[in-house]
Write a protein that binds this ligand. Structure first.
Ligand SMILES: C[S@@+](CC[C@H](N)C(=O)[O-])C[C@H]1O[C@@H](n2cnc3c(N)ncnc32)[C@H](O)[C@@H]1O
Length: 227
């Protein structure tokens, strides 16, 4: 989708004024997508998470959206690690990224594809693991247990694109799993690529060449849904 960012925004209920994409054509679909994402999460929480543990906890969509808006450039390729219902990947597509998501839970991938169709989005999803085939986490303290990270066939093979073909990679790791995503990106990400992490504190952190390039601190209480 080609996006014109040159026009001032009208009023918008989801995204704070300071963070709004200035293309009015995007306001309605992005607002609706964010709201629908929260409704679907509430249903998922009721119908699935109340009965069994599941690692899907949603990011603060409006804040990630604002950062994606800031970082957008023509032709950037975006990947979401653990894309759940695909809300952020679809937002990235609507903002003009070439956007992909990898998610281990096939039912969530199915939901993401249905939402993609409803929004006329070109986002693409692979069911599988965001861990490349054969990669094992080897932290310095030697404890490479993966915690909430599921195991399965590599999603990169299904996408036909390795991790180092993405310009911007986004992930929302559970507490204690940030280091795994950093090591994964160090080992397999593009040398000039960027990794955007949504931390449990609510801070959004942009990594580039192993360093923190930018942060967007959480203004209020840290995300109440933080895993
Ligand atoms: C904390 S949720 C974040 C969801 C979404 N990225 C967001 O920011 O709203 C983590 C997601 O990663 C998925 N996941 C866990 N292990 C995975 C793996 N090895 N490969 C792909 N997805 C995985 C979970 O099923 C869950 O949907």
């Amino acid at each position: 989708m080609v996006v014109d960012f040159a026009i001032e925004p009208p009023d918008h209920p989801l995204i704070p004024i300071s963070q709004r994409p200035p293309d009015p054509k995007l306001h309605a679909p992005l607002t609706q997508l964010g709201e629908e994402g929260w409704e679907m999460w509430a249903r998922f929480d009721r119908e699935v998470r109340h009965h069994r543990w599941h690692p899907f906890v949603p990011a603060e969509y409006d804040r990630v959206l604002a950062v994606l808006y800031e970082l957008r450039r023509p032709g950037l390729r975006f990947l979401e690690l653990g894309s759940a219902m695909g809300i952020i990947t679809i937002m990235a597509d609507l903002l003009g990224y070439e956007a992909y998501g990898i998610e281990i839970d096939e039912q969530l991938v199915q939901s993401a594809r249905e939402i993609t169709v409803r929004y006329g989005s070109g986002a693409r999803f692979a069911a599988g693991s965001f861990l490349p085939q054969g990669w094992a986490w080897r932290p310095r303290d030697g404890d490479g247990r993966l915690g909430t990270i599921g195991e399965g066939t590599s999603g990169y093979q299904r996408l036909g694109m390795p991790l180092d073909t993405f310009d911007l990679v986004y992930g929302y790791p559970w507490g204690g799993e940030e280091a795994m995503m950093l090591d994964l990106f160090h080992d397999h990400g593009a040398p000039d690529g960027r990794l955007l992490l949504h931390l449990c504190s609510g801070e959004l952190r942009l990594m580039h060449r192993g360093r923190i390039e930018r942060t967007w601190p959480h203004a209020g209480d840290p995300g109440h849904l933080a895993p």
